[in-house]
Design a protein around this ligand. Structure first.
Ligand SMILES: *Cc1c(COP(=O)(O)O)cnc(C)c1O
Length: 461
């Protein structure tokens, strides 16, 4: 054994204590760490040859990289839709690496059963019945890739061809209809050989990001064959929801696969007041839910649900002599793009056991209430203008005047440099805008005071 490895093996508890100490300090300092740390010039170190040992690596990380780490897991990072990690999820994540299981197959451990238990709890949380099966993937994008791959196989089934055997070309051109699709949808279509140009945008309702269901029906009626509909349960700009029940009802008249992107909007199902937004989610054929956003587990974690596991198996089945027959309960390597994978269910399992549905509902409720509060304050400020009602956890707004892309870019930079909070830019209804997304379990009313004060400060220039 290499001498540094042997030393680290001998002093493993001390190394872990040192790492735990650094983690403890980082977490204690998280509320005061700048939300964003605009990167400076970095010079790359040469490849280490002899190796310095784990303690020295920790030291070098602290000196060279630690200051460049953003407070994105902290309470005032409102960019993109970014969750943190609940205490239990963090502990679960450490143990994921510690045990280093590969839940691809069930030949050597119960890790897959833990994943199945967790997937079952999550399905229940989002109101999906026993007809749904699910699997962990790295994020909502991979969940959409998986869901649309199953949709592609379904289109093949309808056309009497096997896409998994003969390729996407066997299918010919396909049509994917959506009102306000997330950018990951055209990316998935490109990746899957269905092509970005398969995506046809359907008009949205006036002043909304939700699809006009009558227009969707018209579009479906104009097609010669089956299609894929991507419904949106929580858009990133204004958290608008398509009317899932009305869309699902169109299945009585038209033949389509219903894929629902509920990446973070799915969490509305946890709160009785907002659950109506996700009504109809259980009518979907494939469902995307991100966990590293509003469940507040560390990256990278999302779940993919479908009611057509048979087609999923055709797409992702990984037949190899050493794996044996695919039985009634297929191993996960037959269900997702990855074969080997980490036990990413464990952090979610920990958080659900630790805080339960009620604890996670409280996180969602608090985020929504803070978003509404920020919306009301911006609405009352002479510096800002709300661009849409605060429907859930995202505030979409712009300066009261001089709304140009340059101004928005300058504001994003100034906010990042101020460090109190971090917001990301967007374009809403053709006009440049800012958005503040609340999804972190730590955020409190006191944080909101600081965020609003920082925005007023930056606006005043
Ligand atoms: C974040 C998000 C995605 C992409 O999720 P990743 O986890 O970054 O892959 C897709 N759809 C919606 C609505 C999202 O909010």
């Amino acid at each position: 054994m290499h001498p540094r490895l042997a030393e680290d093996l001998n002093s493993l508890p001390e190394l872990l204590d040192a790492a735990r100490k650094l983690a403890g300090e980082a977490l204690a300092g998280l509320p005061d760490r700048p939300a964003a740390v605009p990167p400076g010039a970095v010079s790359r170190a040469p490849l280490p040859l002899g190796g310095a040992g784990g303690r020295a690596a920790l030291e070098e990380f602290s000196q060279r990289w630690e200051a460049g780490v953003a407070g994105s897991a902290g309470p005032r990072y409102l960019g993109f839709v970014t969750g943190g990690a609940t205490p239990a999820a963090l502990a679960g994540d450490w143990l994921t690496a510690t045990y280093d299981q590969n839940p691809a197959s069930g030949m050597d451990s119960s890790a897959q059963d833990l994943e199945r238990e967790t997937v079952g709890w999550l399905a229940e949380l989002f109101g999906l019945g026993a007809e749904f099966s699910g699997a962990f993937v790295t994020g909502a994008t991979m969940s959409t890739v998986t869901g649309l791959a199953i949709a592609r196989e379904w289109l093949g089934e309808r056309a009497g061809v096997s896409v998994s055997d003969d390729g996407a070309a066997a299918l010919g051109p396909v049509t994917v209809l959506s009102g306000s699709p997330h950018s990951s949808v055209p990316k998935a279509l490109s990746f899957l050989g269905m092509g970005r140009s398969a995506l046809r945008k359907v008009p949205v309702l006036p002043g909304r990001e939700a699809v006009d269901v009558a227009k969707l029906a018209e579009a479906l009626g104009s097609l010669d064959g089956p299609a894929v509909v991507v419904a949106n349960a929580g858009t990133v700009n204004t958290v608008d929801f398509d009317d899932l029940r009305a869309i699902a009802a169109l299945k009585q008249r038209y033949d389509f696969w219903l894929h629902v992107d509920a990446a973070f909007g799915g969490f509305a199902a946890l709160v009785p007041e907002h659950a109506v937004l996700t009504a109809g989610l259980d009518q979907a054929d494939s469902v995307v839910v991100d966990l590293h956003k509003w469940l507040n587990v560390p990256y990278d974690s999302a779940v993919q649900f479908t009611r057509r596991r048979d087609l999923q198996l055709r797409v992702f089945g990984n037949n190899a002599a050493y794996l044996g027959e695919i039985g009634e309960t297929p191993d996960f390597l037959h269900l997702t793009p990855e074969n080997s994978r980490r036990l990413r269910a464990l952090p979610a399992w920990f958080s659900l056991v630790a805080y339960g549905r009620d604890g996670h509902r409280e996180i969602v409720e608090r985020c929504v209430s803070l978003a509404r509060d920020l919306g009301a304050r911006l609405d009352g400020s002479p510096h800002w203008r709300l661009l849409a009602p605060v429907r859930l956890n995202v505030v979409c707004f712009a300066p009261a005047e001089d709304v140009t892309q340059d101004r928005i870019d300058a504001l994003v930079r100034a906010i990042a440099e101020d460090g109190t909070t971090f917001l990301t830019p967007t374009v809403y209804d053709g006009s440049p805008a800012l958005r503040a997304a609340f999804s972190n379990w730590r955020t409190t009313a006191a944080d909101l005071d600081r965020v609003f004060a920082a925005l007023e400060r930056v606006a005043a220039g």
